[in-house]
Design a protein. Structure first.
Length: 168
């Protein structure tokens, strides 16, 4: 646990600098891109072509884990109050202006705010507790069974191709 006087500053600085946070609402944690604006993390999703936001319910809570941008390790974890912003409000417009600037490869370019207002949710994660204890272990989920990750024997000719000596 970190010093409580440094907690809010640590949460803000770490979250601002990280382009990706791990958020766990009522389901498993998910990696989500966000923007830090006006003292909170803002997310957009749950629409066509946008990130899913499962388990983030208006009025609920979420656990946010912030990773280091350069090393990828966990820096800080904090509890957030989840609040969905309503399209057309001043707060929604300000958050969407920040999110639009960070959204990469938007298919509709300048029209993205209108699409978000029609088809997506903009969620604000307000820090409730400045820091919580970092979780132990890797937190990696076991991959779902699929034929894509099943190992098969290597072809008989592959070692000859890999280990043959080059002629001079």
């Amino acid at each position: 646990m970190t010093d409580q006087s440094l907690g809010p500053a640590l949460v803000e600085e770490a979250t601002k600098k990280s382009g990706l946070v791990w958020v766990r609402g009522t389901g498993p944690a998910r990696a989500l891109w966000h923007v830090w604006h006006d003292g909170a993390a803002h997310l957009v999703g749950d629409g066509p072509g946008e990130q899913p936001l499962p388990g983030l319910v208006d009025g609920g809570t979420a656990e946010v884990t912030v990773r280091s941008k350069d090393k990828g390790g966990r820096l800080v974890a904090w509890t957030a109050a989840v609040r969905e912003l309503s399209p057309g409000t001043e707060e929604w417009d300000a958050a969407v202006a920040e999110l639009k600037g960070k959204r990469l490869n938007a298919p509709d370019g300048e029209a993205v705010p209108e699409r978000w207002a029609r088809e997506c949710r903009v969620v604000r994660l307000d820090p409730r507790s400045s820091t919580t204890d970092l979780p132990d272990g890797s937190l990696a989920a076991v991959p779902l069974p699929t034929a894509a990750n099943t190992r098969r024997p290597i072809p008989a000719g592959l070692p000859k191709l890999l280990f043959r000596k080059k002629k001079r």
